[in-house]
Write a protein that binds this ligand. Structure first.
Ligand code: PMP
Length: 345
């Protein structure tokens, strides 16, 4: 082979990290019992900010630019400490916008430090107050927006550019990568952007494709999908999905099947995913994998099922991937004292 034959001259460097958002890999998971189905996973942790929320952040900022609400050097405000904050911080830094994030004070130090390192201004507020209280993080973000000249409130729960990012990006990628044969897509709901956007795309190109909801036990969304009055809101440790209300951006009519998954099942699924397939994914990916496996095993005819994996697992190394944390939470039996591995974590 000549050197010229070894080189792919069509490949060009990306012009910046923003160009690396989207076009994430899709892999088949072959080391789990999936009954008569084939299960595929879309690895959204491979986005440059580390999660699927990079897509929504870019789409929401671009929409504000297009409609003239955000001008060069302008200010964005959002209420979040999660992946949306990281995605917004990435895009805002590269495009030269000021970003103010309002964060409840229960959020981990790592998350806050990460956001600050990316140039976001962090306003901490109380975690122990609810909607309607002036210190509630969403109400405070709305007030800061009103009091900051020219600032725009991103509001991922209502912003239509959020689901559109998935209808025009994530879903067509899945459709292409699966050779236009997809029987079901499994996802969770935080803002609802992912599920609604993907559901709308498939309703147009492949109406028989089912949207399957993976919801943490304690969230109200499963009850709403199944037409029950929502039970009392519980608490869960899985991060980024599950709600105590139905966000405007979550069109639950699109969902045909829903599973409530416990923290224990989610964490064990994520740990098995790493051991068996070598995929280091986050806790909501564990919830989605668990729901996808249940769905696959219930099918009577072969189906091609895709599950989202919204973020990577690095930020969970000291939690669900840590045996000591897992046993402190009661998810695994406490191992014998003196085990060397306990001493080095
Ligand atoms: N998983 C993780 C880890 C997330 O951070 C989020 C966003 N909160 C989601 C899933 C849900 O995504 P969406 O906001 O599009 O519903």
């Amino acid at each position: 082979m000549s050197v010229a034959e070894l080189i792919d001259f069509d490949e060009r460097p990306a012009t910046g990290v923003i160009d690396l958002i989207g076009n994430t890999p899709l892999i088949e998971l072959t080391r789990f019992d999936t009954g008569c189905c084939r299960l595929f996973a879309k690895l959204e942790g491979q986005n440059p900010g580390g999660s699927i929320k990079d897509r929504a952040a870019l789409a929401m900022i671009s929409a504000f630019e297009r409609d003239g609400r955000l001008r060069p050097g302008g200010t964005l405000v959002e209420a979040t400490a999660g992946n949306t904050g990281l995605g917004l911080a990435l895009v805002a830094a590269l495009k030269g916008y000021r970003l103010i994030l309002v964060i409840p004070d229960k959020m981990s130090r790592e998350k806050v430090l990460h956001l600050k390192a990316m140039g976001a201004e962090v306003v901490m507020t109380r975690s122990d107050v609810g909607k309607g209280h002036p210190a509630y993080y969403q109400d405070l973000a709305a007030r800061i927006t009103a009091e900051t000249p020219g600032a725009v409130y991103v509001n991922q729960f209502e912003n239509p550019a959020n689901p559109l990012a998935h209808e025009s990006g994530t879903a067509p990628e899945i459709w292409r990568q699966m050779n236009q044969r997809v029987d079901a897509v499994v996802c969770g709901i935080g803002s609802g952007g992912t599920m609604t956007g993907i559901g709308r795309f498939f309703a147009r190109v492949s109406p028989t494709t089912e949207m399957v909801l993976a919801d943490p036990r304690g969230s109200v969304l499963v009850d709403v999908v199944e037409g029950r009055a929502p039970g009392p809101v519980g608490s869960w440790l899985v991060e980024g999905i599950g709600e105590d209300f139905v966000p405007d951006n979550a069109d639950l009519e699109l969902v045909s099947r829903a599973y409530a998954i416990s923290d224990a099942e989610s964490f064990h699924a994520a740990r098995e995913l790493l051991r068996r397939e070598g995929v280091l994914a986050g806790s909501s990916s564990g919830t989605m994998l668990a729901a996808a496996l249940r769905y696959c095993r219930e099918q009577k005819t072969p189906k091609r099922v895709v599950t989202l994996m919204p973020d990577g697992g690095n930020k969970y190394l000291s939690k669900m991937f840590n045996d000591t944390w897992m046993s402190d939470q009661g998810f695994v039996e406490r191992r014998q004292l003196g085990d060397l591995r306990d001493l080095i974590v």
